[in-house]
Design a protein. Structure first.
Lengths: 60, 192
């Protein structure tokens, strides 16, 4: 029962969205632009921001 | 045969900017799926995904190709989604998950759409840290180590988050699942 329920949840979660026409072109036009778009400093993917505090600890 | 991600990355690093389009094409849909589930809003998700790709492109010189490109990309996307959620928290916006769920359900029958809405609603009731761990593990198939790198926590915390998230989702959706099964039984039993 548990597994059946989980399988149905997972099947739903795996549905893929449709892709808008021009999505790739939009990314590529930003990539080709030499200047950085506003508000996007060079990323530091190796250091993600800390996850939000646990509500129990944050609330106490 | 399609070139591997590592080959495309090498081409981009050698100056072939257009090779990046193939990487975007290949990974866009899964990134969008993750962002839509995390943010519960298509427009915000599209923006987060596009930002993630642009940032990935700029960070490619620092990309360590011992890691899978897809997992590295998710690391950037997780950050973008966290930023959107933090910004949103301050606006105290009210979310109605129907749009994302209905869209992801596609041309499904009404009970299927209702189930999808319930699944998305349950997902949004999880803490973001649990939500991202669940999606990265169960849907995007990242390894524990990759999720640990993407989220900035240890592998044991990742495992615990995935377990808690799955348990909570089952708990939240059991009633809805039982009702759905009862409906299916009724349908099967009733004459056409």
């Amino acid at each position: 029962m548990h597994e059946k329920l989980w399988n149905e949840i997972e099947r739903d979660l795996r549905r893929e969205p449709r892709m808008e026409d021009g999505a790739v072109a939009d990314v590529m036009s930003r990539v080709r632009r030499p200047d950085a778009p506003p508000g996007s400093p060079v990323p530091e993917p190796e250091t993600p921001p800390p996850p939000e505090p646990h509500p129990r600890r944050a609330g106490s | 045969m399609h070139p591997a991600d590592s080959e495309l990355v090498a081409r981009v690093r050698e100056g072939d900017v257009e090779a990046f389009a193939a990487l975007v094409e290949r990974h866009y849909r899964t990134c969008l799926r993750f962002a839509m589930r995390m943010l519960d809003d298509r427009a915000d998700a599209e923006e987060a995904v596009q930002d993630a790709f642009v940032r990935a492109f700029r960070a490619l010189p620092r990309y360590d190709d011992r890691n899978r490109f897809g997992a590295w990309l998710f690391r950037i996307l997780v950050n973008r989604c966290r930023t959107v959620l933090a910004r949103r928290k301050s606006r105290e916006r009210l979310f109605v998950p129907l749009d994302v769920a209905a869209e992801l359900a596609g041309p499904a029958s009404t009970p299927d759409v209702e189930w999808s809405v319930d699944v998305q609603r349950a997902l949004m009731r999880l803490r973001p840290a649990l939500r991202e761990a669940l999606l990265l593990w169960c849907v995007e198939d990242l390894t524990c180590e990759e999720i640990a790198r993407a989220t900035g926590v240890g592998t044991s915390a990742v495992k615990m988050r995935v377990k808690r998230a799955r348990d909570r989702m089952r708990e939240l959706l059991k009633e809805s699942h039982d009702a759905r099964e009862a409906l299916e039984r009724d349908r099967a039993g009733s004459p056409a």
